[in-house]
Ligand binder design. Structure first.
Ligand code: TYD
Ligand code: MG
Length: 475
């Protein structure tokens, strides 16, 4: 008879506490603990997976690090052929990009953002990918488990996306974990997609489907399945706008990679970004556009572009690095009459504390009076900009909005701003300038640091030393 123990689990962060307290000691959420009966004999290692996988590793032994054999799976990545998605999954052009066999990946996002669409397209990509090393007849099976929709609904969507004729793509509509694992045993897929993991339940648990106990146990079993069988497992989880509700966040430590699918339901642009990746960098972004035929990769970055219209005061373009790629982002600012002592400072897609710092620099080193001005700033296009290299662009957007003067046409602005009002050098300047020139920039405002300043044909460089010099450039 299994022993039972009562613990209190936080619905916000998923931590467990031995007794009920009003405030979660781990995340500080109030009134978030709920009672759970724990089955102490339950061990994920002794779950449903045990008994049929034959690759369960022996007893681990300590070994010198140079004797640890490299994991061959990590170099045999499964690519979907959707470049924007493969890049976020990790890898380099030399080793190949994509999903590592046997890894567990969590994909979070708000309901309706397009997770199911992306994964169905990715599933078709995996299923049709031919591994050149294994000959043209070798292909991969992919099992798409849908716990929210019916198999017919998935089939209809696949037909609309033009991928319904893929013989290696298997669909299963089920929510019972034991039956899902049984099907994995039968089909032996290279990739298993569970959409969504929140609806899957394990019948022998006391907890109701959708609770944290169920979510954790089901996810732990599926991650174990990935490790033991070599099937890569992708778990889909719904997150609400502030990411606070009990849900996929409690799984982040269990899996190898966490991807978030972001965007605004009212705009077509969608971004996939890695929050955690044991097999690659978290700096990469995948940019898509939602249309009538699913998601289309936007390889150019989908950022700002130049036109020959009248330049807009309060709007400055900055080349921002995201991993290996450079995206042009338009930073906008607006100042309006506010109340002294209660002026609003709001930003969207930008770091609020940097905004406050730049306002202080403008007041102290450039003589602007902003204490009674409301200031709003945003990065256009839904791409979040956190790089200090965008400081000078934001600063010039605020100063431009304040003075109603614009920076010249086809101009990009690059530079970090220090507390002394100096403009500091930034990393990867050459790559940023090249990308800006490629996309039509004619002039670039850059930090006047010593050392080599890259020369790019057709791009005039204007070096500035401090914020005063930069503000003089506003026409
Ligand atoms: P979905 O993938 O179901 O979102 P999620 O799984 O994250 O909840 O897609 C949500 C929306 O995408 C849906 O409301 C309609 C839209 N959509 C398109 O605009 N074009 C398409 O081709 C598809 C399949 C969906
Ligand atoms: Mg869905």
């Amino acid at each position: 008879m299994a022993k039972r123990k009562t613990v209190y689990m936080c619905t916000t962060c998923g931590s467990s506490q031995p007794r009920w307290v009003g405030k979660c000691p781990d995340c500080g959420a109030w009134d978030a603990l709920i009672e759970h009966k724990l089955d102490t004999a339950a061990d994920p290692q002794k779950g449903l997976v045990e008994g049929w996988v034959d690759t369960i590793h022996g007893v681990p032994k300590a070994a010198p690090i140079d004797e640890v054999a490299p994991d061959p799976a990590a170099s045999a990545r499964l690519a979907t052929g959707i470049g924007e998605f493969d890049r976020v999954l990790g890898g380099t052009p030399e080793t190949g990009r994509g999903l590592v066999p046997g890894s567990a990946v969590l994909i979070g996002g708000e309901p309706g953002i397009g997770k199911s669409t992306l994964l169905l397209q990715a599933a078709a990509g995996w299923a049709s990918a031919i591994d050149p090393k294994k000959g043209p007849n070798w292909s991969r099976k992919v099992l798409y488990v849908t716990s929210e929709e019916s198999a017919e609904q998935v089939q209809q969507r696949a037909a609309r996306l033009g991928i319904a004729g893929e013989p290696n793509l298997f669909v299963l509509a089920d929510t019972n974990l034991a039956r899902i694992i049984e099907q994995v045993r039968t089909v032996k897929p290279a990739v298993l997609i569970v959409d969504s993991v929140q609806m899957v339940y394990k019948a022998d648990l006391d907890a109701a489907p959708g609770t944290i106990t169920q979510l954790r146990r089901c996810a732990a079993e599926l991650v174990y399945l990935a490790k033991a069988s070599g099937t890569a497992v992708l778990l889909v989880g719904h997150v609400t706008k502030d990411g606070q509700i009990a849900g996929p966040r409690v799984l982040e430590h269990l899996v190898d990679a966490v991807l978030y699918f972001e965007g605004d339901r009212f705009h077509a642009g969608r971004i996939v970004r890695a929050i955690k990746n044991r097999y690659g960098t978290t700096l990469e972004l995948g940019i898509f556009e939602m249309g009538g035929h699913g998601l289309t990769p936007v390889a150019g970055g989908g950022g700002a572009s130049f036109d020959d219209g009248e330049p807009n005061p309060g709007s400055v373009v900055c080349p921002v690095m995201h991993g290996s790629r450079c995206v042009l982002v338009e930073v906008q600012a607006l100042t309006a009459t506010g109340f002294l002592g209660a002026a609003k400072r709001k930003s969207s897609g930008l770091d609020t504390s940097r905004l406050a710092m730049l306002i202080a620099v403008l007041e102290q080193h450039a003589g602007l009076r902003l204490a009674d001005r409301d200031i709003f700033a945003s990065a256009v296009g839904g791409i979040r900009v956190v790089e200090p290299a965008s400081d000078l662009a934001l600063l010039l957007a605020i100063a431009g909005a304040h003075y109603k003067r614009a920076i010249g046409p086809r101009t990009v602005v690059i530079g970090e701003v220090g507390l002394g009002g100096e403009v500091r050098p930034v990393a990867q300047l050459e790559q940023r300038l090249r990308e800006a020139a490629r996309l039509g920039a004619k002039r670039a405002v850059v930090p006047s640091a010593r050392g080599n300043r890259p020369k790019i044909i057709g791009l005039e460089l204007v070096a500035v030393q401090n914020v005063g010099g930069a503000i003089e450039l506003l026409g």
